[in-house]
Design a protein around this ligand. Structure first.
Ligand code: AMP
Length: 472
């Protein structure tokens, strides 16, 4: 039978050199909760053995109280918060994944998707490997275990170049942590300090919550060994052109984070400015779809001179609707999550700025709600280009036939959504809104141009021809 290969759109956090390692990781993961709400885990080392706690749900479900982390002793820790991009949402796939071999323990937490995982898994299984999960992150552990080298850092540096695709990965062993970012740097990864301790995180907002200082990004292709001897940098890869995920700026990262050397907030505001220039509107007000499009909507309002209003109220006690696996539930979630403010919208020409249209289901329901609340006209402006291709690098995207813009032109989408007008930002406009060269980014979801080879696509999914090993 064929099963989907699970990738990870996640948050990772690590710390070395603090007596409060588990607690810092707990708080760091809280700041990264937006990157995944499906499961969470922390692994610590007390210098002799690894300790772990993992579970399904949000950080608060798995770790209800910060003062009850006594089962996670030690001066170093890694943590992970996950949602599966294509694979099973199961207990077996909760990260960090831990193995014991040659009498030693190693754990890994990974954000990203490996794009040669199908052939790697086939190759490893031929050699006798037995997989315990359907997560591509397990491949790291098998590749490390095959290395004949003597130290963890050497084994990891031998394993990583055999993989392709996206990873910001943290490893922990009894004596330290090892941090790795893929050579194209698809996913963000930041390095900082807190007193004498070293910290790493998917986004800098995780440093703010614990009072850590951002030092620099982990470079694409860089591997850092952090232990009692300090921080050492390794470069086991051939130099490659970067492929930073532009969608992190559009939607995924928090606006208060600095990623790829830029403040997400600043980039998002500029996206809104540019959208107002490219796609002007005649309207009485600009509203956002909270929270993800707040900053771009402010930018649009600043540039257009049309006032910004709060027209939709978000219920913060419901998770991101997109993540719900069943279509039926997702539709219900939109109503659970957003409610229009009738007094603001009634009788007005409303311009809604959103960051992206994926399937179109959320947008359609929102638009209906806004009309039902009495809006005279609804205009939709999107601070990114049409999404035409799935992501194979760690952002949850549906298959091509579910992506509304993969088969419909803008006018058809406008008519499906039932809005008075619809305007998207151009690819060139989007890329010009940050200070890095255009060629530094992966734009595959908007352009269909993938920076690595993608194997075994079947209707937009990567497929394994094996029996599933986990009960999901
Ligand atoms: P829809 O109208 O169903 O296409 O949903 C679009 C909404 O989903 C936008 O408001 C985005 O903020 C949000 N969104 C975009 N990409 C993702 C993603 N990968 N995961 C969760 N939500 C997303």
């Amino acid at each position: 039978m064929s099963i989907e290969l699970g990738g990870e759109a996640c948050g990772v956090f690590g710390v070395f050199g603090s007596p409060s390692a588990a607690e810092l990781t707990y708080f760091g993961l809280h700041a990264l909760q937006h990157r995944g709400q499906e499961s969470a885990g922390i692994v610590t080392s007390d210098g002799r053995v690894l300790h772990s706690r993992k579970g399904m749900g949000e950080i608060g479900d798995v770790f209800p109280r910060s003062e009850e982390l006594g089962d996670l002793p030690g001066h170093m820790a890694i943590g992970h918060t996950r949602y599966s991009t294509t694979g099973a949402s199961s207990v077996a796939n909760i990260q960090p994944l831990i193995i014991t071999f040659r009498g030693e323990q190693l754990a890994v937490g990974h954000n990203g998707n490996l794009t040669n995982s199908v052939s790697l898994k086939k190759f490893l299984e031929k050699g006798g490997a037995i997989f315990q999960t359907t997560s591509d992150s397990e491949l790291f552990l098998h590749l490390v275990a095959r290395s004949e080298r003597q130290t963890w850092i050497d084994m990891i540096c031998e394993a990583l170049p055999q993989t392709e695709g996206a990873y910001s990965a943290l490893f922990i062993h009894k004596d330290g942590i090892i941090v790795a970012r893929d050579p194209q740097g698809f996913r963000p990864l930041a390095l900082g300090t807190l007193g004498d301790a070293h910290v790493v995180a998917s986004e800098t907002c995780a440093f703010d919550i614990i009072g850590a200082t951002y030092h620099r990004d982990v470079e694409p292709g860089e591997v850092l060994c952090i232990d009692a001897d300090g921080v050492r940098s390794y470069g086991p890869h051939k130099e490659t052109r970067p492929a930073f995920c532009i969608f992190e700026f559009i939607y995924f990262a928090r606006p208060d984070s600095k990623i790829f050397g830029e403040n997400t907030d600043k980039v998002r505001r500029r996206l809104g400015h540019q959208l107002a220039i490219e796609q002007p509107v005649e309207a009485d007000m600009i509203i956002s779809v909270p929270d993800s499009s707040n900053t771009a909507a402010l930018g649009y309002s600043e540039q257009s001179g049309i006032r910004f209003e709060i027209g939709l109220i978000r219920n913060h006690y419901v998770g991101r609707t997109f993540i719900a696996p069943e279509q039926k539930i997702r539709d219900l979630d939109v109503r659970l999550k957003f409610n229009p403010v009738r007094g603001v919208l009634e009788g007005r020409r409303v311009c809604v700025v959103d960051d992206s249209i994926v399937r179109g289901t959320t947008s359609k329901k929102l638009v209906t709600m806004i009309y039902e609340a009495g809006a005279k006209e609804v205009h939709l402006r999107i601070s990114s280009p049409p999404i035409i291709s799935p992501c194979y690098y760690g952002i949850d995207m549906p298959t091509p036939d579910e992506l509304i813009a993969s088969s419909k032109q803008v006018e058809e989408i406008r008519s499906y959504l039932g809005v008075d007008s619809l305007g998207y930002l151009s690819l060139e406009g989007m890329l010009s809104m940050n200070s890095l060269p255009d060629t530094s980014f992966c734009t595959a979801c908007f352009s269909g141009r993938y920076p690595t080879e993608i194997e075994s696509r079947e209707n937009g999914k990567m497929i394994f021809e094996v029996e599933p090993t986990e009960s999901s």
